[in-house]
Design a protein around this ligand. Structure first.
Ligand code: PAF
Length: 289
């Protein structure tokens, strides 16, 4: 495993891999790695012979007053964790801001999240998805991967990256969506979970509880989408340390909210602030006739 910071070092390592006709899989991260990231790396190894993990806390995807300064930066621990893996990535790419956004980077088309980027996460975090798409696009330009692995936990991010790949990058890289990794009690792993107090950590399972309520209301009780969502919202509202931001059902293929007569693959998405920490989760399930 090689740790590289500059574009020249990255280019040299990638040139070697390409000379050996190896396909390349990119796992973009902001560091503070946990088991969830390791599952993305396993999938990357399944897809390609050469795996690049990028670690870059992207200033462009944090708005004013968000946790950019507080976001955990744990490069030494991250590199140690990756180096200790039975199957480590071939490259850890940890660029600075200049390497990503400076003059040495060729201009990339500015991808835009558009109307979907202004819904759900985009309401709480205006501009977040434009900044996220821009860095992902630049990482794609730098690494030119055949595959890119994204965690399903960030549902709206996955939707927008997939759309950008289809619309602006001729279908490359191939996006692989990795299942969310959960604690035993169902809490989705997240780099931000480390900020939860013991009390908030206990309360944080309310997101999963609410999602189970919604799915059960539809699948077992025959409730409509809006009835089921109302039941799910009550679960979160009953938890004093949780503040619900949204609980919604969207069409997995369009990310548009579904109507009560929707049939097909739905995605239940939730965001709530628990003990001061903003948490996200989602579930994909089929709504039948
Ligand atoms: O999901 C993340 O960690 C980030 O949004 C990503 C994809 C690495 C872009 O900065």
């Amino acid at each position: 495993m090689l740790l590289v910071h500059s574009r020249a070092e990255l280019d040299a390592a990638l040139a070697e891999a390409r000379a050996e006709h190896k396909q390349i899989a990119l796992v973009p991260t902001m560091g503070a790695l946990h088991e969830g990231h390791l599952s993305l790396i396993d999938l990357a190894h399944e897809a390609a012979a050469f795996v690049v993990v990028s670690i870059f806390v992207n200033p462009l995807q944090f708005g004013a007053g968000e946790d950019f300064d507080r976001y955990p930066r744990t490069l030494d621990a991250d590199v140690a964790m990756l180096g200790g893996l039975r199957n480590p990535p071939q490259i850890v790419f940890a660029p600075d801001v200049e390497t990503i956004y400076g003059s040495s980077t060729p201009p990339a088309p500015k991808p835009r999240a558009g109307a979907i980027g202004a819904t759900f996460e985009g309401i709480a975090r205006p501009g977040h998805f434009d900044g996220m798409l821009e860095v992902v696009s630049r990482l794609f330009d730098l690494v030119q991967p055949d595959f890119a692995i994204f965690g399903a936990k960030d549902a709206q991010q996955v939707h927008l990256v997939r759309r950008m790949i289809q619309r602006e990058r001729a279908g490359l890289p191939q996006l692989i969506e990795a299942d969310t990794v959960r604690e035993e009690d169902g809490l989705a792993l997240s780099s931000r979970n480390r900020f939860l107090s013991a009390e908030a950590r206990d309360a944080a399972t309310v997101l999963v509880d609410a999602m189970i309520e919604v799915v059960a209301a539809i699948a077992e009780d025959g409730a409509s989408a809006s009835q089921a969502l109302a039941a799910g919202r009550q679960v979160i509202e009953a938890e004093p340390s949780a503040k619900l931001e949204y609980l919604a059902l969207v069409d997995k293929s369009t990310f548009a909210p579904i109507a009560d007569d929707f049939v097909g693959e739905a995605q239940l998405i939730v965001a709530a602030i628990v003990g001061g920490v903003r948490l996200l989760d989602n579930l994909i399930f089929e709504i039948g006739e």
